[in-house]
Design a protein around this ligand. Structure first.
Ligand code: 3PG
Length: 216
């Protein structure tokens, strides 16, 4: 499958998901419970970040034990991280950035990949490698919705998953942008709730977000 075909499939998956929770898992025993809480709340397409020592084991546990979750790996910083995601059977990989080295490795990998971009030049590099779907990161800080709109002119084919500073209050205003397929964010996984094992409150928060996305 070509990069373009993989990206197209991924864009469809993201469009269906609308919101991609970004998970940072400190304790392995939280992984499955957290994923189940998110799936129960309506968000099953998950980005498990490689930011903690247990991240890989956590992703493995979710893939093995939560069949309704679609698990991607985030915070991919190097070709080695991408290879780990591929080994795990991750459905996609997400990076906060887009180094030439990583883009090259991602184009050759079987894992659908979403590079991170914040500028026109970074987006041009991603597009040159065939990546038309990019993470706009950090979305609010890198120009917000106006910044993203400005990129739509010169890059009409680019599609985005803005992430960074997005929450229940502003998710919908990003999602109505024509070049946005989904938004990502950590707001559905508050560390205090995870630490306390408040799974029902995480599910309730997801359900609230689902409601807020419905056209009124
Ligand atoms: C990410 O890795 O995508 C970000 O940390 C998520 O940003 P947020 O915490 O502002 O949602």
């Amino acid at each position: 499958m070509t990069v373009a075909a993989r990206q197209k499939e991924l864009a469809t998956l993201f469009r269906r998901a609308r919101v991609i929770p970004v998970l940072t898992i400190e304790r392995l025993e939280d992984a499955v419970r957290l994923a189940e809480a998110l799936v129960a709340g309506g968000f099953g397409t998950l980005e498990v970040t490689l930011r903690t020592p247990v991240a890989i084991e956590a992703a493995k546990a979710i893939i093995g034990e939560v069949p309704d979750a679609v698990v991607g790996i985030g915070t991919i910083l190097s070709p080695n991280d991408l290879a780990r995601a591929e080994e795990l059977g991750a459905r996609f990989g997400v990076s906060p950035g887009a180094t030439p080295e990583l883009l090259k490795a991602a184009a050759a990998s079987t894992v659908p990949f979403v590079p991170g971009i914040a500028t026109a030049s970074e987006l041009m590099q991603a597009l040159a490698h065939g990546f038309e779907l990019a993470k706009f990161f950090p979305a609010e800080q890198a120009g917000g919705i106006k910044g993203l709109r400005a990129l739509a002119g010169p890059f009409p084919n680019a599609r985005f998953c803005p992430t960074g500073g997005i929450g229940e209050a502003n998710a919908v205003s990003w999602l109505v942008e024509p070049n946005v397929v989904a938004v990502g964010g950590s707001w559905l996984c508050p560390p205090a709730e995870i630490r306390a094992g408040n799974w029902t409150s995480i599910t309730a928060m997801c359900q609230r977000t689902v409601k807020s996305l419905k056209p009124t």
